[in-house]
Design a binder for this molecule. Structure first.
Ligand code: C2E
Ligand code: MG
Ligand code: MG
Length: 644
């Protein structure tokens, strides 16, 4: 039963008035009864009697209601006190921070959680304004939106970044409510907040888990695809290129099968680390699943750039992985696809890189393949390599290596062939087969050959001075340079400047270079011969020599191409060809020299067939000058290169 104060007052007044009237009237009736104590006397006052009874009932009711109100008021006050005590307990023990300001925005209350979260004590904040906790994370518009919500709805809730006393910025989830008094005016503001930095952190962890591979912590396929799309959009906008490299470890399954998955996982982790190390930061490296990794090269304009990255990765993977007592070798195959050349969407780019990867795998693994039409890529590679070669010449990246030539009968090293090498800053040592054809097409070969010639002469002069018993140093001259009339002048100049004895220099020209334009060649060879040097025809047997012309050439040596030597001692055709070349050379009074000797049996057979000179890995590989001299003597002594 709910009784309002107004009701209670009305009851009390009624009770009072009725009681007074009742007493007055009842007094009169009693007087009458005392004077005339007969029952019928009451009959003279029937209406009075009714009135007395009715008012008694009313008095009784109003009294009952008044008493009930008095009891209720006491109960309500008791309940209020209990509620206040509970509120105070909640206020104090809640884990959420509570801050109360007055209508002017000055802090009047804070709870214990507030102090724990913010690090401030009560006396440090009472009477201050909440902007004391501002982090600077939000602009004025953010706070205006809070004021607007408070004045229109009386409430605001949302995420807000504040600053602890320590200076640390942290996120809160905060609810602010305006409290109004009986007249509807704002009397207080109550802010209740919780520290959500832990939640934020786990949100970030969750997002990391969704987008990263748990084993390697690299981005996963989802994030990689996303980044690829963004990269292509940016590339399109800025008219730039982009390359996607897809890498797959070769024969990884056999490691999993043979050594178990835990070792396979360890290897994957280490591969990821090495890839990150090789590729550096600033590009996206992802593990796309299993043993497959992806790389995004943003701003990559040229095929060569992507190919160079691929080569570096392949090279670095050659170093074995050592861990837990294992030493594991793993190679990688790479497929490359380019935007906008090969594909316009991220999905297509990935698919094309996959086709290229397949191509790389089928071409023998541990290599890379481009999705681009091979010809285009080769053309581009040629142009880029030519550019790099120019720089190589300027920066002394070329090196002269020397391969020993032995007298087959005595086993002694009697000469050397100079072979050029390119010490590329990223690719390491590059063999001439890779860059000589490019140098020939770009015209750089003349410069390279002259450089090698000078190195060879200088080295031979040094060896002579040291008393090394070498009969010759051979130098290769490309057909392109050979066809230039000025060649002999260049050679003469180098001989002159280095002080080299021309009789110790041998110039090798390929059979095809000589036979291409026999009349010009004849003149050139004669001029060179006049300088006092010796001439050899390299790779003999691969061109189409006219025996008549050969006979007229002022040449002292034929070098049997290594392709025929490779078939010795078993291939009957090769034996027949080698036999004929040796006979031909001898019949024309030329020396005969076999290249590519890799086994003792080959050397033995060549000696039996009366070939005089031999060169090949069995005797020694091409190497730097000082290394050659150090190993040559040791090699003869150790292996006994003397055949008879
Ligand atoms: P080449 O003049 O016929 O040189 C012999 C090649 O056979 C060298 O390859 C040498 O390393 C390789 N070789 C030697 N012994 C063996 C063996 O036992 N087995 C096998 N499989 N190979 C062996 P390299 O150094 O890669 O040179 C390749 C070609 O590049 C040379 O063939 C030559 O034509 C050209 N080249 C090298 N240096 C120069 C140079 O300075 N100028 C010019 N124009 N061409 C050069
Ligand atoms: Mg040669
Ligand atoms: Mg050769």
């Amino acid at each position: 039963m709910s009784v309002s104060v107004r009701d209670a007052l009305r009851m009390a007044a009624l009770y009072l008035v009725l009681s007074i009237v009742w007493l007055a009237v009842a007094g009169q009736v009693l007087d009458d009864l005392i004077e005339n104590p007969r029952w019928h006397a009451l009959g003279g006052h029937p209406s009075v009697l009714v009135w007395v009874l009715a008012s008694s009932v009313l008095i009784f009711i109003s009294r009952a209601r008044l008493l009930s109100f008095i009891g209720l008021g006491a109960r309500l006050r008791r309940e209020d006190r209990e509620r206040l005590r509970m509120a105070a307990a909640v206020f104090d023990t809640t884990l959420e921070g509570v801050l109360v300001t007055d209508s002017k925005g000055l802090i009047v209350h804070v709870n214990r959680a507030f102090m724990r979260i913010t690090g401030y004590q009560e006396d440090e904040v009472l009477g201050q304004r909440p902007n004391k906790f501002k982090s600077g994370h939000h602009g004025p518009a953010f706070y205006q939106q809070i004021y607007a919500a408070l004045s229109s709805n009386g409430e605001w809730s949302g995420e807000i970044w504040n600053r602890r006393k320590s200076g640390e910025i942290y996120p809160q989830w905060q609810t602010i409510r305006a409290i109004r008094d009986d007249h509807g005016a704002v009397s207080h503001f109550v802010a209740v907040f919780s520290d959500i930095s832990a939640i934020k952190h786990s949100e970030q962890e969750l997002a990391h888990l969704v987008h990263h591979d748990p084993l390697t912590s690299l981005p996963n396929r989802l994030l990689f695809s996303d980044r690829a799309e963004q990269a292509l959009a940016a590339a399109q906008a800025h008219k730039r290129g982009c390359a996607l490299l897809l890498m797959d470890l070769d024969h990884f399954q056999s490691i999993n099968d043979g050594l178990g998955h835990p070792i396979g996982d360890q290897l994957l982790k280490r591969v990821a680390e090495r890839l990150s190390d090789v590729l550096g930061s600033g590009l996206t490296l992802a593990r796309l699943g299993g043993d497959e990794f992806g790389v995004l090269l943003e701003g990559c304009q040229q095929v060569g750039e992507a190919a160079s990255v691929a080569r570096t990765v392949i090279e670095r993977m050659k170093t074995p992985f050592s861990f837990n007592g294992h030493r594991l070798f793993i190679s990688v195959s790479i497929g490359i696809s380019l935007f906008p050349h090969d594909a316009l969407t991220a999905e297509q780019l990935l698919r094309n890189a996959d086709s290229a990867l397949f191509k790389a795998k089928t071409c023998g693994r541990a290599g890379y393949a481009l999705y681009t039409e091979e010809l285009t890529a080769h053309a581009q590679h040629r142009v880029e390599t030519a550019g790099e070669l120019r720089r190589a010449l300027e920066h002394d990246e070329l090196q002269a290596y020397f391969q020993p030539v032995h007298d087959l009968a005595s086993g002694a090293m009697i000469g050397v062939e100079t072979l050029v090498r390119w010490l590329h800053p990223h690719r390491g040592l590059v063999a001439p087969g890779e860059f000589i054809p490019i140098a020939e097409r770009s015209g750089l070969i003349a410069e390279i050959d002259t450089w090698v010639l000078r190195q060879a002469c200088q080295q031979m002069v040094r060896w002579q001075a040291e008393g090394r018993a070498l009969e010759f140093v051979a130098v290769n001259i490309s057909s392109r340079l050979f066809s230039q009339r000025s060649l002999y002048r260049e050679v003469a100049k180098v001989l002159d400047e280095t002080g080299m004895n021309p009789g110790l220099l041998e110039i090798e020209v390929t059979e095809s270079a000589v036979m291409d334009d026999p009349e010009v060649s004849l003149e050139q060879l004669h001029r060179l011969r006049e300088l006092g040097l010796r001439l050899a025809i390299d790779d003999f047997g691969t061109g189409y020599s006219s025996l008549l012309r050969l006979k007229r050439l002022p040449v002292q040596k034929l070098k049997i191409d290594q392709g025929f030597v490779a078939g010795l001692p078993d291939d009957e055709d090769d034996i027949a060809i080698v036999r004929v070349i040796i006979a031909l050379a001898r019949s024309m009074g030329m020396q005969v020299h076999a290249e590519g000797i890799e086994h003792a049996q080959q050397a033995q057979l060549l000696l039996t067939l009366e070939c005089q000179l031999g060169q090949g890995y069995w005797f020694g590989r091409p190497m730097p000058a000082d290394e050659l001299m150090a190993t040559a003597h040791a090699g003869v002594a150790r292996h006994g290169r003397r055949l008879r």
